[in-house]
Design a protein around this ligand. Structure first.
Ligand SMILES: *[C@@H]1O[C@H](CO)[C@@H](O)[C@H](O)[C@H]1NC(C)=O
Length: 305
């Protein structure tokens, strides 16, 4: 009878653990969410490029040594927009505290709704729907929006999508920006387009609202796994590509520390949240320890029950 109790207990634990595992997603390897910087790098000012030169060295060294010079504008590739970009009293790149750049992330994938529509505008109901499905936003968090636009980056014309000097790509509505501010939980917003505002915006509402509250943005995020679940299931080539889950990961956003910079290229990496950014074990991690102990020490429990 006691043995049965132990097995029932273990069974319930396993079910609980499974449901927690679904809620608290787990990524095995770090995922690089940034584009590389090379001759194809896209800048806010389309006329800009990366200029790389190998400096002529006059000194003769006895061993191999090489220096290069890389010149590039602040706002290009995957980069952080400091609040100062749109708010003269806002934080510059060097003002953003490090602890707000290492925060739990959420991934709001609206790529199916966007369906390559260049006029798509993110509304509060998209964010509310995400919360209904995946639970309320962690506090604090960095919110990554996936418009399904990052695959275009390799083809500049498709990415900037410019006609008669006007760009067309999805972005945040003024209402969505206000909704985000009102949660009081979001420290940064990432998008896979060149701007958090819609491509043809001239009022830059999202930029102005978020930077007023010192919320930084990350533009031109790269989702390397931007393949649909369907493709991943039926095309073995995509099987090994890690998926960024809706939640349950930490983000490390590391812009180059330009003093008084209004923006800076950034390496953005998602990692497992087995340990949260502030060093305390996450709930699923603690639960797994308890479960493992229960299974290992079944015999001991048996004598107690
Ligand atoms: C952007 O383009 C869309 C579709 O062409 C249009 O409805 C909208 O008014 C434009 N917005 C601005 C600010 O020009």
């Amino acid at each position: 009878m006691r043995g049965v109790t132990v097995w029932i207990f273990t069974f319930i634990s396993l079910i609980l653990n499974e449901s927690l595992a679904v809620y608290y997603y787990y990524i095995e390897h770090p995922i690089d969410l940034s584009h590389p910087i090379d001759e194809n790098t896209i800048f806010s000012d389309s006329s800009e490029t990366v200029r790389v030169s190998t400096l002529a060295k006059t000194k003769i060294y006895t061993q191999y040594i090489v220096y290069q010079e890389q010149c590039l504008p602040e706002h290009g590739s995957t980069h952080v927009d400091a609040p100062r970009h749109f708010n003269k009293n806002g934080w510059t790149i060097s003002d953003i505290p490090l602890y707000l750049l290492m925060v739990e992330g959420v991934h709001i994938d609206v790529s199916a709704e966007v369906n390559n529509n260049e006029n798509f505008i993110l509304q509060p109901h998209h964010l509310i729907n995400w919360e209904r499905k995946h639970g309320s936003l962690p506090n604090p968090c960095i919110m990554l929006i996936n418009f399904g636009w990052s695959w275009r980056y390799k083809q500049r014309v498709l990415y900037t999508n410019e006609r008669d000097g006007i760009r067309y790509f999805p972005g945040l509505s003024k209402e969505a920006a206000l909704w985000i501010v009102h949660t009081g939980k979001v420290v940064g917003i990432g998008v896979d387009t060149m701007s958090i505002d819609p491509g043809n915006s001239t009022s830059f509402d999202a930029h102005r609202i978020l930077s007023h509250f010192n919320i930084y943005s990350i533009e031109s995020i790269n989702y390397p796994n931007a393949k649909s679940k369907y493709q991943r299931k039926f095309d073995a080539r995509f099987e090994h590509i890690p998926t960024l889950p809706p939640r349950g990961f930490n983000l490390y956003v590391l812009p180059t520390n330009f003093i008084d910079g209004t923006g800076a290229p950034a390496r953005v990496v998602a990692t497992s949240n087995l340990h949260t950014c502030n060093g305390t074990p996450s709930i699923s991690y603690m639960f797994n320890i308890v479960l493992t102990m229960c299974i290992l020490f079944q015999k001991i429990i048996k004598t107690i029950v």
